[in-house]
Design a protein around this ligand. Structure first.
Ligand SMILES: [Fe+2]
Length: 265
């Protein structure tokens, strides 16, 4: 398995704090069967300025440490990019990283809202040849209110990446149900750990993969956890799943979503 979302690089954001934690986190990932990890520290303009040069240097440094400690985890550079008008230009200029410099960028929505004219923003990335991969859409209350909006984004070429813990109920039963619904309708392209440390939100994928297998079968689960991440690492193309129509209206407890605010990172 390959993890396409991790905050394992020490000291760059609100994830892993130091080298010791980073090594423990990497060991935990390997024990769970994770062979490769895209390092995706936050880029939030004015808060976490993790540009390409910073992330690339941190990845190279951590690779050396993994080698010295005989930890067989392959690392790739990336970033989790918070929606910002300057993002498409910065990617085009080479200042910000896509996922392993592929045509796929991990894009994070603000926790509370869907920004106005977000579809135009996605389009501005797409005209630069970049496909947005929406990080943890299941945790956005605006999308919970209106899953058809996410459906429309996917129809226009946007991909999604769920958090493994969400599927296992870590963030509550409502979010878990939303994950199952998204899976069942072909609306999930990747599932990743979004790990922030070896204890707090540890890097685990195997249990979530079994859960996905039970929901959509082994073939689809293998694409989500193994084949699609490989395509991204190899700078290939992820083929979306056939979408099933959203045949009924979904009602989620918004109270539960609002109680989750503030825990998004
Ligand atoms: Fe993240």
């Amino acid at each position: 398995m390959i993890d396409t979302h991790s905050h394992i690089l020490p000291g760059l954001d609100d994830g892993v704090e130091d080298l010791e934690q980073a090594l423990s986190t990497a060991r935990g990932a390997v024990q769970d069967g994770i062979e490769g990890m895209i390092c995706t520290p936050h880029w939030i303009s004015g808060i976490f300025e993790n540009t390409k040069s910073i992330v690339t240097a941190a990845v190279e440094s951590f690779k050396q440490h993994l080698q010295e400690h005989n930890i067989p985890l392959a690392l790739y550079p990336g970033a989790e990019l918070r929606v910002h008008l300057e993002m498409p230009a910065k990617i085009a200029q080479g200042a910000l990283l896509t996922l392993n410099e592929s045509a796929y960028a991990l894009v994070e929505l603000p926790a509370e809202i869907i920004p106005p004219r977000i579809e135009d923003f996605f389009y501005s990335l797409q005209v630069e040849g970049v496909t947005p991969v929406i990080a943890h859409p299941e945790r956005n209350p605006g999308l919970a209110r209106d899953p058809a909006r996410l459906y429309g984004w996917i129809e226009s070429g946007v991909l999604t990446q769920l958090t493994a813990g969400s599927l296992l109920g870590t963030f509550g039963g409502t979010i878990r149900k939303f994950c199952l619904l998204l899976l069942e309708h072909g609306m999930v392209h990747l599932i990743a750990t979004d790990c922030h440390g070896h204890r707090n939100r540890a890097p685990r994928l195997s249990k979530a993969m079994r859960e996905a297998e039970a929901t959509v079968g082994k073939t689809v689960a293998a694409r989500i956890f193994c084949e699609n991440p490989l395509e991204i690492i190899n700078r290939g193309t992820v083929t979306p799943f056939e979408l099933l129509p959203l045949g009924r209206r979904f009602s989620f407890s918004l109270k539960k979503y609002f109680s989750f605010f503030g825990r998004d990172r």
